[in-house]
Design a protein around this ligand. Structure first.
Ligand code: PAF
Length: 293
């Protein structure tokens, strides 16, 4: 596995792979990797190998990036204490079968004088966009830069960050990026908590309370499957479960259109996403489930 720290190195590595006819799968991360990230890396190998049997097999090359992107953190957020473990992450990337890992220093991604920001309108307004102003501008800017550096055919993102995935898809469509943006299902702990690098911040009591997120999604899904179509009623089901969890402070619980993230008028007659963000002390966790009509 190649360990690359500058843009020229990534481009040379990708150019050599392209000369062999390989397709490039890319998994951008902020490190402190867990099984959710590793499942993305394994899935990144699949598109090329899943081509029609009549076509000659195509080599898949998988590149991951590890970069804690300062521009997507607000001034009072956890950038400086975000968990980092470069040696452990590199071992995990190797075990997951990555061919290369790009670990750029901040000055490689944002040299002094950097002045360009990418903004996707509308989709970035509600949910995490409302409580984390500027967050998605930072995400889009770094992801577009990474796409441009890596020149990947397919990029994989976890569905836990549902809004992020929707925003990146929109950016790729609007800017005609030659990248297939692919979502991958949420990977959960045995008790249902969605895997996140931020779970490490939870103390034992908060960790127990954090089970309420997936429990709230399950209770709401059960009500939906039993025929409930009132968006506010379904949100109230989720709210009831979270409010019963000690120490949980709700940031938002909202049902929105699954594609546009527009507000949903009752009754639900199109696919929607139930998205939630909840704080436990200084730790903010998100989760979601799609309710398909
Ligand atoms: O989801 C993440 O880890 C980050 O937002 C991403 C996509 C790597 C951009 O920094």
């Amino acid at each position: 596995m190649e360990i690359l720290r500058d843009i020229a190195g990534v481009r040379a590595f990708v150019a050599a792979a392209r000369r062999r006819g390989a397709r490039i799968g890319f998994v951008p991360t902020m490190g402190f990797l867990h099984d959710g990230h590793l499942s993305l890396m394994r899935a990144a190998r699949r598109p090329a190998e899943a081509r029609a049997p009549a076509l000659a097999p195509v080599e898949a090359v998988v590149i991951a990036s590890i970069f804690v992107n300062p521009t997507q953190f607000g001034p009072n957020e956890d950038f400086s204490r975000y968990p980092r473990d470069e040696p452990g992450d590199l071992e995990k990337c190797r075990a997951a079968g990555c061919d290369a890992v790009f670990l750029p220093p901040v000055e490689v991604m944002y040299p002094s004088g950097h002045r360009t920001t990418v903004h996707v309108d509308a989709l970035t307004g509600p949910l995490c966009g409302a409580s984390r102003p500027g967050h998605f501008d930072g995400v889009c800017t770094v992801v577009l830069k990474l796409f441009s550096i890596v020149g990947c055919d397919v990029a994989l993102f976890g569905e836990k960050d549902y809004q992020q995935l929707a925003v990146i898809r929109k950016m790729a469509t609007d800017l005609d990026l030659p990248v297939e943006v692919r979502g991958h299902p949420i990977v959960r702990e045995a008790d249902g908590l969605a895997m996140s690098s931020r779970n490490v911040y939870l103390d034992p009591t908060q960790r127990v309370s954090a089970r309420s997120l997936s429990a709230a999604l399950a209770a709401t899904r059960a009500a939906f499957e039993a025929g409930e179509r009132g968006a506010r009623t379904l949100e109230a089901v989720a709210r009831g479960v979270i409010e019963a969890a000690p120490g949980a402070e709700i940031d938002y619980i909202e049902i929105r259109d699954a594609v546009t993230l527009a507000a949903v008028t009752q009754p639900i007659d199109t696919d929607v996403v139930l998205a939630l963000a909840v704080r436990f002390g200084r730790t903010r966790l998100i989760d979601n489930t799609v309710l398909a009509v």
